[in-house]
Design a protein around this ligand. Structure first.
Ligand SMILES: Cc1ncc(COP(=O)(O)O)c(C=O)c1O
Length: 396
């Protein structure tokens, strides 16, 4: 007794390898994992304290489905200060993580058969969310030569009369790509020219390195502002993945529809957790900067090590905490590569297949320096033992 909708949803391609890595660890094997999709830091103490206070103050009841007004006001202020975007609280929906913002918006924006343009590699859930809404995901592969960024020409080529929406993610998971102003400007023009909407997933906005800047496409003019729904959250910037607090913002009509949907599904996000999120926005930002600095050091360590390895190619990532590595020169697909490195060298990576590209693997540097040094040495050993004929120069 299963619906057609759910039968169309693919199980996660990464599950098998992550389960295997976990089993190996449980059996006492020394696995170096670069599979993490979350910061390895604790939520800053002042945020945890704020929740304890909220609990003691009785913030334990149902609240408005769209979120506590005080938090929506603070998010509006954050948008104004950080992104140069002006939203009223009515244009903001507090959700169970950025994920639910994406899910609800796609549900209320898509008609059956509508095409949703998704640059690949993509975050695993986008195509499945589109399918669950009855839409058709249209995947547009990107290239290392363009830093894995979608170009307006590629967008124009993929557009059909059924195209309705583009899902853009910068800084990007899994590539770490950060779109620059001119690139966003060109995309915004193409989006408007083709009468599309855009969902801009900005969950990694605070994690940018080497002078890279995050810019929201919505900030590039009134017309694109009106056509953009911004999704963001507290998980990555404040090490709050388990709290499940995120938000979406944009057109009042669409946000009201998404709030309506949320009112009939999950209702409000855990009330006291919202007060933790409020503290995150209004409290000192020093911890956020410290975490970013540590991520930046790990990124350097890992990029330097990978750049020395034969058979691998990379476009240095400007944001998030992932490195997207081209393994084409090894002659293996991403699942074979990840299985071999795990079984033979106890290093866990995520196969690119999960992100719509079987010729890459994703490494996360949300882990400590010792694991990075040990894991990189093992990976180098593995590549050294691959049949020399199958390993070309991945940096071509
Ligand atoms: C690109 C991207 N968007 C959204 C999410 C979901 O974030 P949240 O934990 O706030 O739901 C993730 C989490 O990994 C992500 O990588």
């Amino acid at each position: 007794m299963l619906s057609e909708r759910i039968l169309q949803v693919q199980p996660s391609a990464t599950l098998e390898i992550t389960a295997r890595a976990r089993a190996m660890r449980a059996a006492g094997e020394d696995v170096c994992s670069f599979a993490a999709g979350e910061p390895d830091f604790d939520t800053p103490a002042f945020i945890r304290e704020a929740v304890k206070t909220a609990l003691d103050q009785g913030k334990t009841r149902y609240g408005p489905a769209a979120g506590e007004l005080v938090l929506r006001r603070a998010i509006a202020e954050k948008f104004r200060q950080d992104n140069g975007l002006s939203y009223t609280p009515e244009q903001i929906l507090v959700t169970n993580g950025c994920k639910q913002a994406l899910y609800n918006l796609i549900q209320v924006m898509i008609q059956p058969g509508d095409e949703v343009l998704i640059p690949a590699p993509y975050w695993v859930s986008y195509p499945e969310m589109v399918r669950l809404a009855g839409g058709r995901p249209v995947v547009i592969p990107t290239e290392r030569a363009t830093g894995y960024k979608l170009t307006p020409e590629q967008l124009a080529e993929a557009v059909t009369p059924r195209s309705r929406l583009l899902i853009l993610n910068s800084p990007n998971n899994p590539t770490g790509a950060v779109y620059q102003r001119e690139e966003l400007q060109a995309l915004a023009e193409a989006i408007l020219r083709h009468d599309l909407w855009v969902i801009s997933d900005e969950i990694y906005e605070k994690l940018v390195y080497d002078g890279a800047e995050h810019l929201s496409i919505a900030a590039l003019g009134e017309e694109i502002y009106a056509r953009t729904l911004v999704c963001n959250g507290f998980a990555k910037a404040y090490a709050m993945t388990g709290w499940r607090v995120g938000y979406g913002a944009g057109s009042p009509e669409i946000i009201a529809a998404a709030a309506n949907l949320q009112g009939h599904s999950t209702s409000n996000v855990c009330t006291f957790a919202q007060y933790g999120a409020l503290a995150a926005l209004q409290g000192p930002q020093a911890e956020l900067h410290r975490m970013r600095q540590v991520f930046g050091e790990r990124r350097r360590l890992m990029c330097d090590a990978l750049a020395q390895m034969p058979g691998l190619g990379l476009a240095p990532p400007a944001g998030a905490f992932y490195i997207w590595v081209d393994i084409r020169a090894t002659g293996l697909n991403s699942v074979q590569f990840c299985q071999q490195v795990l079984e033979q060298y106890q290093v866990a990576l995520v196969p690119g297949r999960a992100f719509g590209d079987d010729q890459h693997v994703r490494l996360s540097y949300a882990t400590d320096h010792t694991t990075i040094a040990k894991g990189m040495a093992r990976l180098a050993q593995y590549l050294g033992h691959l049949a020399p004929l199958s390993v070309g120069d991945g940096k071509r």
